[in-house]
Ligand binder design. Sequence first.
Ligand code: PLP
Length: 394
Amino acid sequence: METKKDWASRLSPGVNAIAPSGIRKFFDIAAQMDDVISLGVGEPDFVTPWPIRESCVYGLEQGYTSYTANRGLPELRQEICNHYQKNYDVTYDAATDVLVTVGVSEALDIAMRAILAPGDEVLIPEPCYVSYQACTTLAGGVPVAVPAKIENEFRITPAELEEHVTERTKVLLIGYPNNPTGAIMTRKDLLAIADFAEKHDLIVISDEIYGDLTYGDEEHVCFSSLPGMQERTILLNGFSKAYAMTGWRIGYALANPTLTAAMTKIHQYTMLCAPITAQIAAVEALRHGEKYMKKMVAEYDRRRRLIYDGLTKMGLECFEPKGAFYIFPNISSTGYTSNEFAEELLKAEHVALVPGSAFGACGEGHVRCSYATSIDKISEALNRIENFLKNHKK
Ligand code: PLP
């Protein structure tokens, strides 16, 4: 549509300050091409397990089509609390500490909006999920990037955080297992981060959406299970990744009663509640979904080993991912920037992946490949990437 007025000048400063996600651009190009293998999307290729879908169908048959309580169905909130008690020995109260949201996306947004005053700084280890900086900026805060190093397996240390802390720092936002690197933090690492958070009296937002997706001997450590951390942590989690439920749009935030009530205020005026159909399905996922989830995790692990071996054999320096379903090879030896590499590979070999720079400046020199796709497709993508490397060097 052609517009007569200068609409751009009327946009909010927050919107003007953020860029569109660097992930979507590549999907749009890929969508117009034939025969593309996508390692781009951060989305399980599995369909939600049938018993979870069936519970929703049954709920609809019974006529569950209404709003729910703003905070979410009581039985879902209770199942979430049971999950944390059983798996991490952390006690949350279903009446006061849980807010069911429209995905972790909403939980992240309202967490930021509930706690940030204009100019408050948020420490964000990078590379990181694309929404972290944007949600901070939209809420009036200032994202402060803390680069994580591949030499340290993309884990972050208190010394690195100390370099960026100021009097305005209010929040530390962490996301482990990490998108895009596949890094995890050990208990020892997190205990040091906990001391740092206490020392500077920070609120910690811990995005644990990939908490169930860890491999080998690595066990996820829930940040609020660490001594003294529950009170200062807003824990975010959801069903999109572990239960292959991206399209259901269902997640939650766990926090102390004051912070939960504050987030609920925003949620009740903007979302009212998460969809009842998705909440019913989420109850089923927590009650009976674990065995299906474990099967999917075992399959991701097979794919992880295939792609890690394949990329390493081609000579690309790779950190072996320990969680989530991404690998983040270093492509700087090719002479391309990460953006050029992604574009040229897509054009020449029809493989879509995401330039590392989409996840923060320190992601430059890397690309993100998602291995949430079939073994056959991963094998074919590896052949094509190898071919590309042979024929393209700057
Ligand atoms: N947090 C991280 C680290 C993610 O990778 C994603 C999705 O890719 C989200 C949050 C958003 O999840 P949801 O589907 O629950 O909104």
